[in-house]
Write a protein that binds this ligand. Structure first.
Ligand code: HMG
Ligand code: MG
Length: 298
């Protein structure tokens, strides 16, 4: 059941840097993405075309997309909450965008200022455009284990939202434990329900590591046949609308585990560790990952 190959979907330049209090310059973001492009990663989420009033850290998305050197075979998805964001992403020559909804009402309101039902209407407008533009759309469902405002979220609510996002045309759904509170027992309950309506090859998992459970949760997900894992170089990350959420699981920690388990990713660990130190130096602190610290500065 465990996959022999896994796709690592890098979210550091987006999920990571959107949550840093210090605003990282476009030049440093571009340098980070260019370093990551040489690591073997096939997906590097580069930016968000969201309101700069809501997330000032992503205000330079167009500059970042224009400045990066696109490596052959690498996709640089960007987040788009609405048609306005989608049009900007298209202007920036994005070939894949990501829409992001939630399984809980309050998080949806706080994150994208609309209800879950309204978010699906907005997403439908994006899907109509993207189909004719041949732009692929990834879907995120946030708060798959718990909502920072409402508490535990029912797996059935997640399965329903994920299925709806797939039905409107997303090629894959990433299940986000936005605040990083889940344990393997929660993940099993979640996947037992979601896999009844969505096959594993259409799912990715996106764990924040607030309570240190992310690697255990990934191992559990692998046993359910999930073969796409979101992670963030240097353990960067959080969510500005999820109080207390810490970084995503670190790419280098996931990669070390997968390599040790004989699971192929095509990604070079030393290159990821170098990227982790590169961005951590910009932020003026050591990487928040076991592996980058253990291996030390390259
Ligand atoms: P709103 O205020 O309801 O939007 O925000 P509006 O349509 O009423 O527009 C208000 C203003 O925003 C207008 O400007 C618009 O032009 C502008 P003004 O006239 O006041 O000068 N605007 C935009 N500007 C740039 N790009 C846009 C855009 N749209 C409107 N796309 C909106 C609604 C969705 C825009 C807002 O709530 C928003 O930007 N939210 C994004 C929040 C966000 O980025 N959260 C983090 C990402 S999600 C995440 O991290 C979770 C994830 O990692 C998975 C997990 O961990 O669970 C994916
Ligand atoms: Mg996230």
């Amino acid at each position: 059941m465990r996959p022999a190959k896994v796709i690592l979907y890098e979210v550091g330049p987006r999920d990571g840097l959107q949550a840093e209090t210090e605003i990282v310059s476009a030049a440093d973001k571009i340098a980070l993405i260019d370093t990551l492009s040489a690591s073997g990663l096939k997906y590097i989420e580069a930016a968000s075309f969201v309101s700069p009033k809501w997330v000032p850290q992503m205000a330079d998305a167009a500059e970042v997309m224009a400045g990066i050197t696109r490596a052959p075979g690498v996709t640089y998805p960007v987040l788009t909450p609405n048609l306005k964001g989608y049009e900007s992403a298209k202007d920036a020559r994005a070939t894949t965008v990501a829409i992001f909804g939630a399984a809980s009402e309050t998080f949806s309101q706080r994150n994208i200022n609309c209800s879950v039902a309204e978010s699906l209407d907005r997403f439908t407008f994006i899907m109509e455009e993207s189909a004719s533009d041949r732009i692929k759309v990834r879907g995120y469902v946030s708060t798959v284990i718990a909502c920072p405002y409402e508490g535990p979220v029912k797996p059935q609510a997640v399965a329903e939202m994920a299925r709806k996002m797939l039905d409107i045309g997303c090629y894959e759904i990433s299940l986000g434990d936005t605040i990083g509170v889940g344990t393997p027992a929660d993940v099993s309950r979640l996947l037992d329900t979601v896999l009844k309506v969505i096959p594993p090859e259409k799912l990715a998992v996106h764990f924040h590591d607030t309570y240190g459970q992310a690697l255990a949760n990934i191992l559990t997900s692998l046993d359910y046949g999930i073969a796409t894992i979101d992670s963030s170089v240097g353990g960067l990350g959080g969510c500005p609308y999820a109080p207390g959420a810490s970084g995503n699981v670190a790419t280098e920690d996931v990669l070390y585990m997968l390599t040790g388990m004989g699971i192929n990713t095509g990604v070079d660990l030393d290159a990821i560790v170098a990227a982790a130190w590169q961005i951590s130096d910009v932020l003026g602190r050591p990487p928040r990952s076991k592996v980058a610290v253990a291996k030390g500065r390259p």
